[in-house]
Design a protein around this ligand. Sequence first.
Ligand code: ADP
Length: 165
Amino acid sequence: MNVAIYPGSFDPVTLGHLNIIKRAAACFDRLIVCVMVNSKKQGMFTPDERVELLRRATRRFSNVEVDFSSELLAAYAKRRGARVVVKGLRAVSDYEQEVQMAVINRKLNPKLETMFLASSEKYTYLSSTIVKEMARYGADLAEFIPREIVDDVNRRMRTMEGKEG
Ligand code: ADP
């Protein structure tokens, strides 16, 4: 079975992520979307919450699984029997860091290949950070994130703003 992993922070999942998930799921028998826990970053949602939002947004894809891990990606891929890591490339700015990561991951796990999918032109500007900015200003989020999670993001932003102010 050809298993691929799509790792990221997904804080929260955007339509750009979802576009990559849909296209990658069509290329592999199984796609594991993995929330990678980065202790340095304090997020909008906890890893468990991100997993729940991702599960809701990807329910219609029967070969997509959502998981989370605080392991090194190379070790996680080995444990899950995955040979491919999928990454989305939005612009040249993503390139340098992603290539560096790909080389390191292959050093750590020589059987692991990284494959890049070019972002759909509709979503090249989109990131979780932009979504959080838009939410702060009360913009309509339906253009940026899956409909199923719009209320969750708005609600969380209101709670966060309430605490800060
Ligand atoms: P961000 O916080 O920048 O939105 P993540 O760390 O969650 O991103 O991203 C996980 C992966 O998804 C990375 O490979 C990233 O390049 C890719 N990605 C993020 N947003 C998009 C998008 N709009 N289009 C294509 N790929 C994307």
